[in-house]
Ligand binder design. Structure first.
Ligand code: FES
Length: 97
């Protein structure tokens, strides 16, 4: 196990993880940020997308160990984002999934 230290949703975090632990598993299992979903786990569907240093990344095919020192934003970190709020409202209004 290695110590993985990075910033998630503007908060410094640190946890132990195996070298092959995906970023998706890291945020879900170590940080309890279960808003990051897993679908295909092959980098195809996009269900696991997070922002990695401000750029969308598929966390199922990104090693957590490769993200040491990075800034990660999960869906939980977008609670105050205006565009996300509008999108959530539209999903609710239109009964979208
Ligand atoms: Fe489908 Fe990551 S789970 S792209």
């Amino acid at each position: 196990m290695n110590t993985i230290a990075l910033n998630v949703n503007r908060r410094a975090v640190e946890a132990l993880a195996e070298p092959r632990t995906s970023l998706a598993d890291f945020v879900r299992d170590k940080l309890d940020l279960t808003g990051t979903h897993l679908g295909c786990e092959h980098g195809v569907c996009g269900a696991c997308t997070v922002l990695l240093d401000g750029v969308p990344a598929r966390s199922c095919i990104t090693y957590a160990a490769a993200c040491v020192g990075a800034d990660i934003t999960t869906i939980e970190g977008l609670d105050e984002d205006e565009v996300t709020a509008e999108l959530r409202a539209a999903f609710t209004r239109e009964h979208a999934l």
